[in-house]
Design a protein around this ligand. Structure first.
Ligand code: CDP
Length: 787
């Protein structure tokens, strides 16, 4: 493990490792961004969606006549109108089907029932109230346990052959070896816990502006999309439009966090309405619509068991997980992995056997399971193993840090094959945890904890060590809806030495316009300020699967490095011609191409760029550009060690964070400042999950959390101060040694917060309090333990 390397390029070039200020910020903070809602087209209509007030009901009839009669209403679209065009149902990115507008039944509160298209957005919303829907209410199923119980009412009676509410049953690992390890264990420690349902709630809600030209058949659709290319292909499949006639433009996005990966009915209805009416149609979701009906996250009921020796060595892990998927399996999971990459649940520890059984159930809730700032269900996995290791430490009377040191995968074990089939690329876990513990003063804190208890104060020290698996992914294993999870970069250097880089990924605020330019600057020596980065317009960027699950840097960043190297190779041929030297003797450093051994004989990359269009060697094509589609050989495995110190008030159950030390290792950091920003965001979300953020439902399936009064997200006021540390173990197979980081802190930190609170009360025999750790829950646990 090294500390972060010094940059090799000069600050004016600004390659890898420079804290370059984000190019995009000037535009975004000065109100010059271009979001979907900023798109205004001539003759544009506005659409509003009628959503079901009930969670489960049969539709007996829909009367739209009063709404149609309103002045300004152009059309009212129902499921039966969509059905006439074969669009009442659509495929999901997880291989299920989803109602676009309900025709037969309502399956969750907030489900799309009808849409009004009008000349004015307020007229459209007002007319919704005049649509009369006759519902025959059915009992609502609000938990996966209820869904899978004998005799439960069938939610997906639309699906042929679906006899119960089971979405999937999936397993990983080796059951026999795991059972054998449990049979010879000295101790078995178990923990049942629930990772609650939450919502990514980006600042910008979802929306679309669809402009379908009925004469040319050209459909231009501005969409809040984290994956514009994949969405274009799915649109072609759903709507039967020729793919070359569909142009998806995902402009600036006000956050996504996984919420903008699924295809939502609103997108499809707006497009269909534009096609049928022959005018552009805009649909922008309200905050409540976004919270009630778009992609939820988490909602995993998990039971984990560790087989242990009495000395605390882990022999095996057994996990049973039950997921609440909502009414449609509508997130986006790689097809081979029904519960995402949850089987990375073995964590940062070395043991020979594990067995994981995952089940998913349909319930009368909005479709859920999006990768909310995490890579395909790894947040839940990381939470379970870290809570479990902590529990085992208390049960065996071993210090929680010591418990981890006893079981860590050691640096010389990489590449490490996990018992559920992952090949971790690199890391130095003991050093990471030791560094974080030293920073926080762990031994001294343990002494202070004992002294505090004597005074009736509850001090807790929580640890989490996580390993993520990001950068999906190798084509041999990873596809979504059949599309391999490759990504691409196209680089064109202009005659004046300036460049444009076009990508298949799509930022939602991560700073791609800066960091991807830095990768090119590193390879070619073109100053970062001379490189324009373009994403999101499917007509003008190469194909890719988009941005989620920290895949931009591991996959799109790798594609960028490789395409820049291809361009550099051509630049060397041109430079060799200009200097009358052998191409193999040309070196490129800091923007200068020189003959090896004689640095005085050189030309600049800008000289070469001009020559590429004016003076190329015989037989070489003019121009200086290339494209690369990158198929990663493996995922990358960022990791980190987090330590949280809290004090719990025994009288109120309120807990306050005193310190948070976060060490993150994402290999080579392209822009350390942006990485730190990403980690700050992730830590804040981890704090949110552990302290306040959850979506609940009453027994009729009404969603509690349709606004920011019921669904709490932390502000700067509540958020604790973070102390960040870094280490660097480059990924050996990645072209620039970088690993992803976008989601790491959200994955790693919730367990650290919860472990800290549990650590404060563990001496009372308390082993678990489910998230979020609301003061009344903590208070009740303390008081019931006290007897
Ligand atoms: O896919 P997404 O952009 O959300 O995640 P990521 O690529 O893992 O990381 C988020 C951002 O952090 C990237 O877009 C880069 O701007 C930056 N980053 C970096 O500078 N160095 C790394 N090794 C990883 C990420």
């Amino acid at each position: 493990m090294a500390v972060v390397d010094e940059p090799t390029t000069s600050p004016d070039i600004g390659g890898i490792g420079h804290r370059v200020r984000r190019h995009e910020d000037a535009r975004l903070v000065e109100g010059q961004g271009n979001f979907v809602d900023d798109v205004v087209l001539p003759n544009m209509l506005h659409m509003a969606i009628l959503r079901s007030p009930v969670a489960h009901a049969r539709i007996k009839g829909i009367d739209t006549s009063a709404a149609e009669a309103v002045d300004g209403v152009v059309a009212v679209v129902t499921g039966s109108v969509m059905a006439q065009h074969g669009l009442a149902w659509m495929p999901t990115l997880s291989g299920d089907t989803q109602a676009v507008l309900a025709t037969d039944k309502i399956r969750f509160q907030g489900q799309e029932v009808a849409a009004v298209v009008a000349t004015d957005p307020y007229v459209a919303v007002d007319a919704l109230e005049l649509i009369d829907v006759d519902y025959d209410i059915l009992p609502a199923i609000t938990s996966p346990q209820q869904a899978l119980a004998d005799g439960a009412v069938l939610i997906r009676d639309d699906k042929e052959g679906q006899a119960d509410n089971r979405v999937y049953e999936w397993e990983a690992g080796d059951r026999t070896a795991t059972d054998a390890a449990f049979a010879r264990a000295d101790r078995v420690v178990s923990l049942s816990t629930h990772y609650p349902r939450s919502h990514p709630s980006p600042l910008e809600t979802c929306g679309a502006v669809a402009d379908v030209n009925s004469v040319t058949g050209q459909a231009t659709i501005w969409l809040t999309s984290q994956a514009p290319h994949a969405h274009r292909t799915l649109f072609a499949m759903v709507a039967g439009l020729p793919e070359q006639n569909i142009r998806i433009i995902s402009p600036d996005l006000g956050g996504g966090f996984g919420n903008k990966v699924p295809i939502y009915p609103g997108y499809v209805v707006a497009t269909a309405a534009s096609l049928l009416i022959g005018r552009p149609v805009k649909w922008i979701e309200t905050r409540s619509e976004n919270l009630i009906s778009t992609g939820f996250a988490r909602d995993y009921h998990m039971k984990g068991e560790l087989a242990l020796t009495s000395a605390g060595k882990i022999l095996a892990l057994r996990v049973e997980m039950l997921s609440d998927q909502g009414a449609f399996y509508a997130d986006a999971q790689p097809t081979k992995f029904r519960a995402g990459l949850f089987h990375v649940v073995t964590g940062s520890y070395d043991y020979p056997a594990a067995h994981v059984v995952c089940s998913g159930a349909y319930t009368n809730k909005a479709p859920g399971g999006v990768a909310y700032r995490c890579s395909f269900r790894i947040t839940e996995a990381s939470f379970l193993i870290e809570r479990l290791v902590q529990t085992a430490a208390y049960e065996l009377g071993i210090d929680p840090a010591e418990m981890r040191f006893k079981n860590f995968i050691q640096p010389d074990q990489f590449p490490y094959q996990s018992p559920t089939g992952f090949v971790y690329d690199s890391g130095d876990y003991p050093n990471a945890l030791r560094t974080a513990l030293d920073e926080v003063g762990y031994e001294r804190l343990r002494e202070q904890q004992i002294a505090a208890r004597a005074e009736g104060r509850l001090l807790g020290i929580g640890i989490a060590h996580f390993t993520e698996a990001v950068g999906a992914g190798p084509s041999k294993q990873y596809d979504i809806a059949g599309l391999k999870m490759i990504d691409s970069a196209e680089l064109r250097v202009h005659p004046t030495g300036k460049a444009i880089l076009k990508l298949g990924v799509k930022a939602q605020g991560q700073g791609h316009e800066t960091t991807f330019a830095q990768i090119v600057a590193e390879q070619l020596g073109i100053p970062v300020s001379d490189i324009k980065v373009e994403e999101g317009d499917t007509d003008n960027t190469p194909y890719g699967l988009g941005t989620y699950g920290s895949r931009s840097t591991p996959v799109g960043g790798a594609a960028t490095a490789v395409v820049a190297r291809k361009v550099a190779d051509k630049a060397k041929l041109i430079a060799a011609n200009l200097m009358e030297a052998a191409p193999d003797d040309i070196e490129l450093q800091n923007g200068r191409l020189f003959v090896r051994g004689t640095p005085d004989r050189s030309v600049t990359i800008q000289d070469v760029a001009l020559a590429a269009y004016s003076n190329v060697p015989e037989g070489l094509e003019y121009g200086l550009e290339d494209v690369h589609y990158y198929d990663p050989p493996n995922l990358t495995y960022p990791y980190g060690a987090y330590v949280v110190v809290v004090e719990v008030d025994p009288e109120t159950g309120i807990w306050k964070v005193q310190r948070l030390v976060a060490l993150d290792d994402c290999g080579v950091r392209i822009n350390p400042m942006i990485v730190e920003g990403q980690i700050h965001g992730g830590l804040t979300e981890g704090f949110a999950m552990s302290s306040m953020q959850w979506i609940t439902f009453d027994e009729e399936g009404n969603c509690i959390g349709s606004n920011f009064t019921d669904y709490l997200v932390p502000t700067a006021w509540e958020t604790p101060r973070f102390e960040l540390l870094a280490s660097c173990t480059p990924s050996p197979h990645h072209p620039i040694g970088a690993k992803g980081v976008g989601e790491s802190a959200t994955v790693g930190s919730p367990a650290a917060f919860v472990n800290a609170v549990i650590d404060a009360v563990a001496h009372l025999g308390i082993r678990n309090i489910d998230m979020p750790l609301l003061p009344d829950r903590v208070w009740a646990a303390i008081h019931s333990a006290a007897g």
